[in-house]
Design a binder for this molecule. Structure first.
Ligand code: AMP
Ligand code: MG
Length: 436
C-alpha cells in the first residue's frame, strides 16, 4: 500500500514529502493504513461518517432548551389570530371628526367586545387585546385626556392602522419557522409554546463514558507522591461533553492495567453510546488504550497531522464511537473540541457543520510548528469591524493555562519560518470575540 496524500492541500503534501512525517522514525517500513497521518479535516470527515443520529424522543418544553429539534416547525395558524393593539389606550375610528369621544363601557384584558365602534365613540383597550370591529387605529393613553366618560385626543391624529398588529403579522399559517437540526433557543421555545406545543420531538442525548488512564494520576483531593500528578482531564472532558448536550453516565479513572481497562471498556460499551478516554495512546509501552482498541474495536485512525493532539485514536464498535484522546491536558481538550464535540452533535441530529472560520490579523509574530497547530488565542473585535488575535503565552500541550482568556483557536499552518505580525490567518472561535 502507498501513502495517501490525495486529499491533503498541496502545501501540506509537500511538507509530508520533505519531512517524511508519515514514516516512523528510523524505519523504512511503510505505515499501516490506520497509522497513516491524516489531515484534521479528513479525520473529522471519517468521524462524522461513523456518527449516526441516535433517534428521537418527545420531551416537555421545560426540558427542551438546548436540545436538537428533530422535525421542522411549521406555523399551524396565523398569529396574532386577531388584530391586536400594541398599546394601552383607546380604539377609535382614525378620521373621526368629533373633538371628544364617548368612552364605551368595558375593555379590560381578556374581554372581547361584541358591538362595533362607531363614529363619536372610543373603546378602552389594553396591549395585545383584539381591536373591536369598526375601529382602525389605537390612540395611546398618554396622548389622551379623559374626563366624565369622554376622551379627548391631545396629539396629532392617528392614521389608519396605527398601533395595530394585523392578523398574521407575527407568523402566517404555513410559515416554516425552524428547521430540523437547530439547537432550541429561548425564543424557539416561545414559538413552540405560542403554537400550542407543550412537548416537542428532539434528538436523543448520547450517553458518554469518560475515562482517564494512567498510573501516575491521583484524584484532585490527594497529595501527589513523587512522579504523580493530579487527574485533571476527567473533569474537563466530562463538562465539555455535557456542553454538547450529551449525558455523562460513567466518569472515572483507570490505572494502566490491561485487564482493568478491558473490563471498563466492556462495561462502557454496554452503558454508553460514546467512550472518551484520555492518555495511553502514544508510543510508550504503557500506552494500553491504543493496544486495547486494536484488540476490541475497529480502529479508523491513530494519528492526525495537528498540534497539539497528534496521537488521537478513533475507533468504533458497531455504532458506538470511541475517542482515545491524548493525555496532555491541552491536547486532550483541543482534540475533543475538533472531533468528539461535532460527533456528539451529529448523534443528536445536528448537521455536521464545520466550525466557522474567520480571518484574523495576528498582533504578534507567530512561531509555526511542523504540523497544523491550533494555538489558543484571544480574538478581539476592533473598532473598524476587523478581528485581531493574540496567542495566550506558551502553547505547550501540558499548559492548560493557555486556555485562560482564549476565545478561539488560531490555525497556524506548518512552516519553518516565523509568521510576521500583521499577517492574516484563520481562527476557529469557540466563544464570542472580546472587545478592546
Ligand atoms: P499519555 O498520553 O498517557 O502518555 O500522557 C501524556 C501526558 O499527559 C503525561 O505527562 C501525563 O501525565 C499527562 N496526563 C495524562 N492523563 C492526564 C490526566 N487525566 N490529567 C492530567 N494530565 C494527564
Ligand atoms: Mg499515560
Amino acid at each position: 500500500m502507498g501513502l495517501h496524500y490525495a486529499k491533503l492541500p498541496r502545501r501540506i503534501y509537500e511538507y509530508h514529502i520533505r519531512y517524511n512525517v508519515n514514516r516512523p522514525k528510523g524505519t523504512s517500513i511503510p505505515v499501516t493504513d490506520i497509522d497513516r497521518m491524516l489531515h484534521p479535516d479528513e479525520a473529522r470527515q471519517i468521524v462524522i461518517s461513523h456518527s449516526r443520529p441516535l433517534g428521537r424522543e418527545r420531551v416537555p418544553l421545560e426540558q427542551a432548551g438546548g436540545r436538537i429539534l428533530a422535525e421542522p416547525l411549521v406555523a399551524t395558524q396565523s398569529l396574532p389570530p386577531f388584530r391586536a393593539s400594541t398599546m394601552d389606550g383607546f380604539a377609535v375610528v382614525h378620521d373621526d371628526p368629533a373633538d371628544e369621544l364617548v368612552i364605551l363601557p368595558g375593555g379590560l384584558a381578556g374581554a372581547v367586545r361584541e358591538d362595533p365602534i362607531t363614529a363619536g365613540h372610543a373603546a378602552r383597550i389594553m396591549t395585545g387585546a383584539p381591536v373591536p370591529e369598526g375601529a382602525d387605529a389605537v390612540v395611546p393613553v398618554e396622548n389622551t385626556v379623559e374626563s366624565a366618560g369622554r376622551v379627548q385626543i391631545t396629539q396629532p391624529r392617528v392614521r389608519s392602522g396605527d398601533n395595530i398588529r394585523p392578523v398574521g403579522s407575527d407568523m402566517m399559517e404555513g410559515d416554516r419557522l425552524l428547521d430540523a437540526g437547530v439547537r432550541l433557543s429561548a425564543p424557539d421555545l416561545g414559538l413552540l409554546a405560542s403554537l400550542g406545543h407543550a412537548t416537542v420531538e428532539v434528538g436523543r442525548r448520547p450517553t458518554v463514558a469518560v475515562f482517564s488512564t494512567g498510573d501516575e494520576l491521583v484524584p484532585p483531593d490527594a497529595e501527589p507522591g513523587p512522579g504523580q500528578i493530579r487527574d485533571s482531564n476527567r473533569f474537563s472532558l466530562a463538562h465539555a461533553a455535557q456542553l454538547t448536550g450529551a449525558r455523562v453516565v460513567i466518569n472515572r479513572h483507570i490505572p494502566d492495567d490491561i485487564d482493568q481497562l478491558r473490563e471498563a471498556f466492556t462495561g462502557a460499551l454496554e452503558a454508553a453510546d460514546v467512550v472518551v478516554t484520555s492518555g495511553g495512546v502514544s508510543m510508550g509501552d504503557r500506552d494500553l488504550v491504543k493496544a486495547l482498541l486494536g484488540e476490541v474495536a475497529e480502529v479508523h485512525f491513530r494519528r492526525v497531522f495537528m498540534k497539539p493532539g497528534k496521537p488521537l485514536n478513533f475507533a468504533t464498535v458497531g455504532d458506538k464511537l470511541i475517542f482515545g484522546l491524548p493525555g496532555n491536558p491541552v491536547s486532550c481538550l483541543v482534540s475533543f473540541h475538533m472531533f468528539a464535540a461535532p460527533a456528539l452533535g451529529v448523534l443528536q441530529g445536528a448537521p455536521p457543520d464545520e466550525y466557522a472560520r474567520v480571518p484574523v490579523r495576528v498582533e504578534q509574530p507567530i512561531q509555526p510548528s511542523d504540523r497544523i497547530e491550533y494555538q489558543r488565542a484571544r480574538i478581539v473585535a476592533e473598532q473598524d469591524g476587523s478581528l485581531t488575535a493574540t496567542t495566550t503565552g506558551s502553547q505547550q500541550s501540558a499548559r492548560l493555562q493557555s486556555f485562560i482568556g482564549a476565545n478561539g483557536f488560531l490555525v497556524v499552518p506548518p512552516s519553518e519560518e516565523e509568521i510576521p505580525a500583521g499577517s492574516v490567518l484563520e481562527a476557529i472561535p469557540f466563544a464570542p470575540p472580546a472587545s478592546r
